[in-house]
Unconditional design. Structure first.
Length: 277
C-alpha cells in the first residue's frame, strides 16, 4: 500500500509547484482538486488543451491522480444550488474520464444552509433522503456514461453519517459504479472511542467489499471530534490498516486533514505501520 496526499494540502494554484512539492516528499499518488491547477474546484467548463496540460505536468512528475474531488452539497436546501452542482459534476466526470482518473469523490451534504459540513436535524427527514436519491440518480448517470466511479464517505455532519446509513445508501443506489471512500477518523462520536476496534471492524464488515479509496487522517476528542494529521491523534492505525488489507484494498492511502508542514512526519508514521519506511 503506497502513501498519497490530498492535493489541497499544498496551498498553491500551480500544478507544477504542487507536483514538485509532492516529489520532495516522495509522494506520487494524490486525490486531485482542480484548484491546485488554478481552476475552481468544480468548474462550469474546461478546454481540451487545459486538460492536456494537466496530463502533461502530472505525467512529467510521475504523479498518479487516484481520485478527483467533486464535492458539492447534493442535498442543498436551495434546489437551484443542487441543480447547479449536478451540472458541474457532469464536467468533473468528463475531466476524470479524459485524465483517466478512476474515481470522483462525493459529499452527501447537509440541510444546514450555512455549510455542508455542519449537521442539521432535517438531514434525518424522509424528504432529505428523497433529495439525496434524486441528486444521486442524476450524477450517477454522468459517472456511468464516463466510466468513472463515484466515491462517497461517511461524514458525521452529513446525511450519510454512519456506516449503516452508507450501506443503506449503496444498496438503494445499486450500481457497480458507486463505491466507498473509507476514512477511519470519520466513523466516531466521542462516546464510541473506548470501543474503537469493534467500531472499525463493524464498519469494514458493512462496507469493506465496496472500498474504492482510503483516507488517512487522525482525530482527538478534545471538546468533541477534532481532526488531526495521521499520527497526531488517537485513531488505531495498525487496526485500520490491517482491516484495509484484509478487505483486499490495494490502492493508495491518501493523507488528508493535514498541513504541508505535517506531511513528512505523517508519512513517516504511516510508513512505519506499513513496513515500507
Amino acid at each position: 500500500m503506497e502513501i498519497g496526499v490530498f492535493s489541497r494540502t499544498y496551498e498553491t494554484g500551480d500544478l507544477r509547484e504542487t507536483c514538485e512539492l509532492m516529489k520532495r516528499h516522495g509522494i506520487y499518488h494524490m486525490q486531485f482538486n482542480l484548484s491546485n491547477a488554478g481552476f475552481p474546484s468544480l468548474p462550469e467548463g474546461i478546454r481540451d488543451e487545459e486538460i492536456e496540460c494537466i496530463r502533461e505536468i502530472t505525467g512529467e512528475y510521475g504523479v498518479r491522480m487516484d481520485a478527483l474531488s467533486g464535492t458539492f452539497n447534493i442535498i442543498d436546501p436551495d434546489e437551484e444550488m443542487r441543480r447547479r452542482g449536478c451540472a458541474q459534476f457532469a464536467v468533473q466526470c468528463r475531466i476524470a474520464r479524459e485524465l483517466e482518473i478512476p474515481v470522483v469523490s462525493l459529499c452527501t451534504g447537509s440541510k444546514n444552509p450555512k455549510s455542508k459540513w455542519e449537521w442539521h436535524e432535517d438531514n434525518l427527514r424522509a424528504s432529505s433522503w428523497d433529495d439525496l436519491m434524486r441528486s444521486t440518480e442524476m450524477i450517477l448517470k454522468y459517472a456511468e456514461d464516463n466510466h468513472v466511479y463515484l466515491g462517497v464517505e461517511t461524514e458525521a455532519s452529513n446525511i450519510i453519517n454512519t456506516p449503516a446509513r452508507a450501506r443503506k445508501y449503496l444498496d438503494a443506489v445499486g450500481s457497480p459504479w458507486f463505491k466507498i471512500i473509507m476514512d477511519g477518523a470519520n466513523l466516531f462520536c466521542p462516546h464510541q472511542v473506548p470501543d474503537m476496534k469493534n467500531i472499525l471492524s463493524e464498519a469494514f464488515a458493512l462496507l469493506g467489499d465496496d472500498i474504492i479509496l482510503a483516507h488517512a487522517k487522525d482525530f482527538t476528542t478534545d471538546g468533541g471530534i477534532s481532526f488531526r494529521a495521521a499520527g497526531q491523534g488517537i485513531l488505531d492505525f495498525p487496526c485500520y490498516i490491517e482491516l484495509l488489507e484484509k478487505a483486499g484494498y490495494q490502492g493508495p492511502l491518501i493523507m488528508h486533514g493535514l498541513s504541508e508542514g505535517q506531511v513528512p512526519e505523517s508519512k513517516k508514521f504511516l510508513e512505519g505501520i506499513l513496513g515500507n519506511g
